[in-house]
Ligand binder design. Structure first.
Ligand code: AMP
Ligand code: MG
Length: 495
């Protein structure tokens, strides 16, 4: 019962790149949640998420004909240090096919040990699978490039983390899960095989995943680096603009396609604090919210270093990497000015003035750690009114203790808006500043219910976060300030 033509191109690269591994079955599996819309948009068979055969495949209990499960090898820098070989320790790619919008890989996360599991058990727990499922769909809802999540299956099988939890598998999809770390791996393999494999991988990526991009010069590898640099810079600007902290931006978690990849200890900011560290294992704050742009640049240098033997010209590599600064700052400004309902101005002095207004606004938010999402959303509603004493403006004022700082900034903003901004501009602000983000405490509440066998809250959040800019009045309370206990939630690398 399957109509897919599996192409398994990555597997075809040969055993140097991946190991064929069968999933380890999850005992007594059941569905936790299923993403029927994604299944439909990827052109998957509608029965796959409905029938026992589908449940078997997505719980590691079987494969459809033509599928070739494989785990790929990669290496990487973790927390700034070379970590050597890592690889898919618990992820298995079941197969790849040509979908309606291009190549699709289907991957199980938590399907048992692979040759790259090292000390790990090859499993994922229900808690982390729900976080990945909900957050990747939330990112998609926000219009941010990401891997997607197709379903979660779970089992009573116990799995030991800090405490005893239960096993589950999240099935995720992407055109490819190739990471910076794949390139670093082969760059570190000695000659003559290393360089040959590196070239094979780079050619493979260019041919299959960058075919819509312009490769005009005689040095496609420098261009590949430039394209990845640009995609990564745009991605991080988008993360910053919604207050998303990834938590573990190691080079093995950086997608070569510029997708948000590997949802572990991520967090959407509650109060705006640029120093916020969402990962309790990140003692130095290497991956704090305000450091993500620099860290991504550092990671790109690791990729550049890995690609250097192919680029064969240090100046070209540096030139490709240097585009980061411009692309990131342009995109960052564009994203954040749009949050204010403004566009980047041509006139330099006027642009500088807007930038100062924005920076001062962010500084004001940071000073009081004002809730990031609530501020922007309320401001979007206020911007429609010229009268600063209106309820909408009062609602923003209520977020600040230092009223004189607030009023000072508000008046500068209002005078910048001059007259009442157009309905279209206000609509745009509402379509950019989300009402709903996956705050830690929301995910936590859904996880606690699911652990008791009730997956209704996962379903509710899933639907809510697919349309994060819509009012969805019946869910107003999901857009409230987090409860006090949210500050106590500790999210670590353990998943
Ligand atoms: P992460 O911190 O999730 O990005 O994982 C880093 C590396 O550890 C990757 O190679 C993962 O495949 C591997 N890994 C993480 N958790 C497990 C696990 N439970 N079993 C096997 N490998 C794991
Ligand atoms: Mg990872």
């Amino acid at each position: 019962m399957q109509f897919m033509t599996w192409i398994n191109r990555f597997t075809a690269l040969g055993p140097t790149f991946s190991a064929q591994v069968l999933p380890t079955p999850l005992p007594q599996p059941s569905w936790v949640c299923r993403n029927f819309q994604l299944s439909h948009s990827l052109g998957l068979h509608p029965d796959w998420l409905e029938n026992p055969e589908g449940l078997a495949v997505f719980s590691g209990n079987g494969l459809w004909e033509g599928m070739q499960a494989q785990a790929s090898v990669y290496s990487g820098h973790q927390f700034g240090h070379w970590a050597g070989q890592l690889g898919d320790g618990r992820a298995l790619c079941l197969g790849e096919y040509e979908g309606p919008q291009g190549p699709v890989e289907i991957q199980l996360k938590g399907a048992g040990k692979t040759p790259f599991s090292r000390m790990g058990d090859g499993r994922a727990v229900l808690r982390s699978s729900i976080r990945e499922y909900l957050c990747s769909e939330a990112m998609a809802g926000l219009g941010i490039p990401t891997t997607r999540a197709l379903c979660i299956t779970s089992s009573p099988k116990p799995v030991l983390r800090e405490e005893l939890e239960t096993a589950s598998i999240v099935t995720r999809t992407a055109p490819s899960f190739i990471r910076f770390g794949h390139f670093e791996h082969f760059a570190n393999e000695p000659a003559p095989s290393g360089p040959a494999h590196l070239r094979q991988l780079a050619d493979f990526v260019i041919q299959h995943y960058f075919k819509d991009e312009n490769f005009s010069t005689s040095n496609p590898y420098a261009e590949l680096l430039a394209h990845v640099t640009s995609r990564t810079a745009k991605l991080i600007a988008q993360w910053q603009s919604v207050g998303f902290c990834h938590g573990v931006m190691n080079t093995d978690n950086m997608s070569i396609l510029g997708l948000t990849l590997d949802y572990g200890p991520f967090q959407f900011l509650d109060g705006f604090n640029p120093q916020h560290i969402c990962n309790h294992s990140d003692h130095q704050g290497r991956y704090a919210y305000g450091r993500q742009a620099q860290v991504a640049y550092w990671n790109l240098f690791c990729l550049g270093q890995a690609l250097l033997p192919l680029i064969d010209d240090q100046d070209l590599a540096v030139k490709a990497l240097e585009t980061y600064k411009k692309v990131f700052s342009e995109n960052w400004s564009q994203c954040f000015l749009a949050k204010l309902g403004l566009q980047v101005q041509e006139d330099e002095a006027a642009a500088l003035e807007d930038q100062t207004l924005l920076n001062d606004g962010l500084e004001m938010l940071a000073k009081e750690q004002v809730d990031f999402s609530i501020f922007w959303r309320k401001l979007s509603h206020a911007a429609a009114k010229t009268d600063a004493s209106s309820l909408e403006w009062q609602a923003v004022a209520d977020l600040f203790i230092d009223q004189s700082a607030w009023v000072g900034w508000r008046d500068r903003y209002l005078s910048r808006l001059q007259s009442k901004p157009s309905e279209a501009a206000v609509k745009k602000m509402i379509s950019i500043n989300p009402k709903y983000v996956l705050r830690n405490h929301l995910a936590e509440a859904a996880i606690q219910k699911s652990k008791l066998g009730d997956h209704s809250e996962v379903e509710t959040l899933f639907k809510l976060l697919q349309a994060p800019f819509d009012e969805q009045m019946q869910f107003d309370h999901y857009a409230n300030l987090p409860p006090d206990w949210a500050a106590q939630i500790e999210i670590s690398c353990s998943s």
